[in-house]
Design a protein around this ligand. Structure first.
Ligand code: AQP
Length: 331
């Protein structure tokens, strides 16, 4: 009998247009993993509303993210691709897990600290409990591996803690998931402030490259990327802007960043930026074409997310029932 494949769960929020960071840190790895694992790739719209979204934009972006998944190479025949709000078990399990989560541990989450500062007084309770919803997403599928960028590591650790707490308070219920952090591309930095990660909701659009940015915009943003006045290309933390450009080039070209840096030893920043921009354009152009095609065929996209929701509902409902039973709810 064939061995059961290990399970992967991951998702991206339609909280803005997807960036090169989302692509290199998450999506590109999802594609590489799809043959080996039983993968659930979700558009996490419930997460997106932890920060206020314009309904019309949220609708459009949710479909665009789905189209980007497929255009990037995630095969809908091999993977379960779905929209989070179509699977009510996520919200229900999140409530149950909220009751096994401590305020103290949620207060330590750096994403909450960063984002709540940006939002100011109107910070939602949802933003605070975001990691619990993420734990529900992962645990409902008995996930073994979660491919994420480095920024999500803390959320994965709290997921493991919540799962272990639930398992020991009741009885073994959840698989304890592991993070799958890519060796390269795990943290792409903001082009204008390389001390911050590249983020789709950053204030300065010159800091991020969008997957759907046209070639001339990509070239312009890369040419304006902040570097330094050292003038020599090295791969070091002391030159975070240059290091970030080398990282981007290395991940796209599947090369070692130190070797990339060495090959630019006698070259200038302008040449490095030119090559980085061209590599990004070459990588993203075919994806952009496919996304545009896919968005013209809403019926096809609907077929995919409906089929995905059917499978995800079936699998997650079983785990939710198990949780409810163990907690002591009458079935
Ligand atoms: N800069 C990055 N480098 C590498 N990986 C990244 N990811 C995000 N930014 C980078 C990875 O993309 C996946 C989806 O992230 P998300 O959209 O669910 O939320 P996020 O991590 O909060 O991403 P953003 O772009 O910063 O969104 P906003 O601005 O809405 O908060 C995750 O696997 C993440 O690690």
């Amino acid at each position: 009998m064939e061995d059961k494949k290990k399970v992967i769960f991951s998702g991206i929020q339609p909280s803005g247009n997807l960036t090169l960071g989302n692509y290199l840190g998450a999506l590109k790895n999802w594609v590489a993993l799809q043959d080996q694992y039983d993968c659930y790739y979700c558009v996490v719209d419930l997460h997106a509303i932890t920060v206020r979204q314009e309904p019309k934009d949220l609708r459009a972006r949710t479909l665009e993210v789905l189209a980007i998944y497929i255009a990037a190479g995630i095969d809908p025949e091999k993977n379960t691709i779905f929209i989070q709000s179509h699977v009510p078990a996520h919200s229900e399990a999140a409530w149950l897990l909220n009751c096994s989560t401590y305020m103290g541990e949620l207060s330590r989450m750096t994403q909450f600290k960063d984002k709540s500062q940006r939002v100011g007084d109107s910070v939602s309770a949802g933003l605070f409990t975001y990691p619990v919803l993420m734990a529900a997403d992962i645990l409902l599928y008995n996930t073994d591996l979660v491919p994420v960028g480095k920024d999500q590591m803390q959320h994965l650790e709290i997921t493991r803690d919540i799962a272990q707490r639930f398992n020991s308070a009741y009885s073994p219920t959840f698989t304890i998931p592991e993070a799958y952090i890519p060796k390269a591309g795990a943290k792409i930095m903001d082009l204008q402030d390389p001390s911050k990660k590249m983020s789709k909701s950053a204030d300065n659009p010159n800091g991020f490259i969008l997957i759907m940015d046209p070639p001339e915009v990509i070239r312009r943003k890369v040419s304006r990327a902040v570097t330094d006045s050292i003038g020599i290309i090295n791969y070091t933390e002391d030159q975070p802007g240059v290091k970030n450009l080398i990282d981007i080039l290395a991940v796209i070209k599947k090369l070692d960043p130190i070797e990339v840096a060495a090959s630019y030893k006698d070259k200038g920043y302008a040449e490095l930026k030119h090559d980085v921009a061209e590599a990004i354009v070459e990588e993203l152009s075919p994806i952009q074409e496919k996304v545009k095609e896919l968005l013209k065929d809403k019926t096809y996209l609907e077929e995919i997310y409906k089929k995905g929701a059917e499978k995800a509902n079936y699998v997650s409902r079983k785990v939710l029932r198990k949780m409810q039973k163990k907690i002591g709810f009458i079935q």
